[in-house]
Design a protein around this ligand. Structure first.
Ligand SMILES: [Fe+2]
Length: 364
């Protein structure tokens, strides 16, 4: 019988940057001429948002935010170290990075071999920089001061990944798989940042990794390249939707079952922030839907995990919560195992794009 640890973390890209850049997404939205002046005026913002913005456009708030978010990330790291799995499966999104016009799989198990990944050299390929402008000559400035030649060796686990795909197909989940990247060198940011953050203190990430892509961005994955767009760009023809929360939940449950019936020690990780300001139309994409996130966080914390299964996809789309699908997979897995959430925290913010949730489930 396998042993399984469930974790949830964020892969929020600005956490790899500097405090002074962390509110960059909001600054970009405020520069959008198609956002009404009233909505941009801090005097009309919720009080907590005004406070965070302060007189330094969120720089001090960013330092505090980093501290709070890292507390959860480091707790997850500690749980991972204590559990010491044979490998880690990360559920994450692909924001028009590896999967583009040639194919958008609803789900894809990346059954890669070991690879050397260059996080900063290849950052221009990632969603944060989808305009492909090479702003830094191939070396993104980062929190650690690492250069473009910095690389990390990430171990793969192809044979196990193939076995999981095989078992999922036998359970009638029509899963895609890939042995090598298609459009993005190395790993898309959901997976890469998860590794970078679970190793924030740079002591190493020794565990083999199986990235498990979920098409979270659905209708906006090609049309809006899974990222920020100007209000003036509204009305582009949309793509077909993401898979439903119920399907993703059931898939997560199947993965947990397969792992449980195996001899493996496995860490299952949901990677993503929750409501994203830049996807939240109701606020002109200026701030996330914190009320919705609070409700879902309460469900997570109190073990009401089927609340994730029962979400209509429209609820995720309307609250800027595309990426919560990654957590629907974890919720399904933990429900299948009967694992209890033993620690969870939600870091709220209005000016730093998204709510950051971290969670640890009792190994089962
Ligand atoms: Fe993402």
């Amino acid at each position: 019988m396998g042993d399984i640890l469930g974790l949830g973390i964020t892969h929020y890209p600005p956490l790899s940057g500097k405090d002074e850049d962390m509110a960059g997404i909001l600054r970009g939205r405020l520069a959008d001429p198609n956002v009404p002046a009233d909505a941009k005026d801090p005097a009309n913002w919720p009080e907590a948002m005004q406070k965070e913005w302060g007189d330094d456009q969120g720089v001090a708030a960013a330092a505090h935010h980093r501290e709070l978010v890292l507390k959860g990330v480091r707790k997850a790291r500690k749980a991972l170290e204590d559990f010491d799995p044979d490998f880690v499966i990360i559920w994450g999104d692909d924001q028009y990075e590896n999967f583009k016009e040639s194919i958008i799989p609803p789900f894809c198990v990346l059954a890669y071999d070991d690879m050397d990944v260059y996080p900063w050299r290849d950052a221009t390929e990632s969603a944060m920089f989808s305009n492909k402008e090479d702003k830094w000559g191939g070396g993104k400035p980062n929190y650690w001061g690492e250069g473009k030649d910095y690389s990390i060796h990430i171990k793969g686990k192809r044979e196990v990944a193939k076995e999981i795909v095989t078992r999922l197909l036998e359970e009638e989940f029509d899963i895609s798989y890939a042995y090598e990247p298609l459009n993005h060198p190395g790993l898309a940011h959901a997976f890469l940042n998860s590794v970078l953050y679970l190793d924030y203190d740079r002591t190493g990430f020794p565990w083999p990794l199986i990235p498990f892509q979920i098409n979270c961005y659905g209708r906006g994955v090609i049309s809006y390249r899974g990222y920020v767009s100007s209000m003036g760009e509204a009305g582009r023809p949309l793509d077909p939707p993401a898979p439903s929360p119920r399907r993703v939940f059931n898939l997560g449950a199947a993965v947990a079952r397969i792992c449980k019936e195996s001899p493996w020690r496995v860490a299952l990780v949901a990677s993503s922030s929750w409501s994203h300001a830049f996807l939240n139309e109701a606020t002109y994409r200026l701030r996330p839907n914190i009320e919705f996130d609070r409700k879902m966080f309460e469900a997570l914390r109190t073990g009401n995990l089927t609340a994730f299964r029962d979400l209509p996809l429209s609820a995720l789309e309307e609250t800027g919560n595309a990426e919560m699908l990654n957590w629907c997979a974890l919720a399904g897995a933990m429900t299948e195992l009967g694992s209890e959430c033993i620690w969870a925290d939600m870091v709220e913010t209005y000016v730093l794009n998204s709510s950051k949730v971290a969670a640890i489930f009792e190994p089962a």
